[in-house]
Design a protein around this ligand. Structure first.
Ligand SMILES: NC(=O)c1ccc[n+]([C@@H]2O[C@H](COP(=O)([O-])OP(=O)(O)OC[C@H]3O[C@@H](n4cnc5c(N)ncnc54)[C@H](OP(=O)(O)O)[C@@H]3O)[C@@H](O)[C@H]2O)c1
Length: 331
């Protein structure tokens, strides 16, 4: 197969940044690795940094008329989107243009936990709207889900020595949800790109969904690991399934009352995650397989992911990179 040109949307973001790193690590496999940048960001410091790295930039308004977008996608074989959570349906226009431009594989923005469509997670449903559109177009595609990031799956410890790595989007807490024993698939954010580089070259993954994970752990297992590795006791609070259902309903109602309120949006997404991950138990390899996902750990047996334990070692060592650092200041 001849080498392919890859165009990535979201390279200045967290998931997209990991994907760019993974692609660049595998650069010999591709004809060209390019990034799609919106006009309003084309002069940003982050985009300047990409330019300085020698990455080719295409400045594109994905809301532009399809004909215009089609010419912006000229020569692209693989189009990857890592657009922010709130902008999922902006990909619909892009998918239409990708079909017309002859893109051979579109990777829409999934990169989340495994869950079913239809009212379990509003974020998931906005992604599914894009997948349905892609399928209606007969556009070749691959959906890649990654479970929950290591970076937002650990509990705080009383000494505060890991607080430097708190992500304000979802401060890791000290709660056991719905008993604390539901297992969840976890992937280190930094591995996402390395997985993506493999998956997009693999003919077995065309028109399929793939789930990645380094570990499948319950909150209780995570807390035990953290306790043993830190030598600190972690005070915990139990949050029952009924409490999660009730707080999710409150968050959904608050968002409905103020749909433009970003804090209300974050709270509603967070409650959906708790409901899906802990009450329903969706984010597991067994459920992924039931939904038809391929398992990346079976496809790529030689792939050595960063394990959750290795991540915790780095975290406790005080050297772990912190996502969204410039956007939020963790206190
Ligand atoms: N599995 C997990 O635990 C987990 C955790 C967090 C997020 N996620 C998922 O990962 C996905 C990506 O989220 P993220 O938090 O990594 O994203 P992010 O850091 O917010 O970055 C979003 C990227 O999209 C770009 N972008 C936004 N609108 C654009 C447009 N109209 N045209 C071109 N580029 C545009 C931004 O570019 P600019 O430089 O122009 O702003 C930025 O590069 C989300 O869909 C979310 O569901 C999963």
């Amino acid at each position: 197969m001849s080498k392919q040109t890859v165009l990535l949307l979201g390279a200045t973001g967290e998931t997209g940044g990991s994907i760019l790193n993974g692609l660049l690590e595998a650069r010999e496999a591709f004809a060209s690795i390019e990034v799609l940048v919106r006009p309003s960001s084309s002069a940003s410091a982050k985009v300047d940094k990409l330019r300085a790295q020698g990455v080719k930039i295409r400045v594109v308004d994905i809301a532009a008329p399809v004909a215009e977008l089609v010419s912006s996608l000229s020569g692209v074989d693989i189009l990857i989107s890592a657009i922010d959570a709130g902008s999922q349906t902006a990909q619909i226009n892009l998918a239409t243009a990708a079909k017309e431009a002859g893109v051979k594989r579109f990777v829409p923005c999934a990169f989340t936990t495994v869950a079913p469509p239809g009212g379990v997670m509003a974020l998931r449903d906005s992604k599914e709207e894009v997948y349905q559109h892609v399928r209606k177009l007969f556009l070749p595609h691959t959906v890649i889900d990654v479970g929950y990031w290591h970076q937002i799956s650990w509990p705080r410890i009383p000494s505060g020595r890991v607080d430097y790595a708190l992500v304000a989007v979802r401060n890791p807490n000290m709660e056991f949800h719905a008993g604390g024993d539901t297992p969840n698939m976890l992937t280190d954010l930094r591995d996402i790109g390395r997985y993506v580089a493999r998956i997009i070259q693999d003919p077995r993954t065309l028109n399929k969904a793939v789930a990645t994970y380094s570990d499948v752990l319950s909150e209780r297992e995570i807390f035990t690991m953290m306790k043993e590795m830190s030598g600190e006791d972690i005070p915990t609070k139990e949050v029952t399934a009924e409490e999660i259902v009730a707080s999710r309903a409150r968050a959904v109602a608050a968002l409905a009352a103020s749909p433009q309120d970003y804090i209300a949006q974050l709270a509603a997404w967070s409650e959906d995650y708790k409901f899906s991950k802990y009450v329903r138990g969706d984010n597991t390899p067994a459920y992924a397989s039931y939904l038809g996902y391929l398992d990346a750990s079976e496809l790529y047996r030689d792939f050595k992911p960063i394990t959750f334990k290795a991540y915790l070692e780095e975290l406790l060592g005080g050297s772990v990179p912190v996502p969204y650092k410039e956007r939020f200041t963790a206190k």
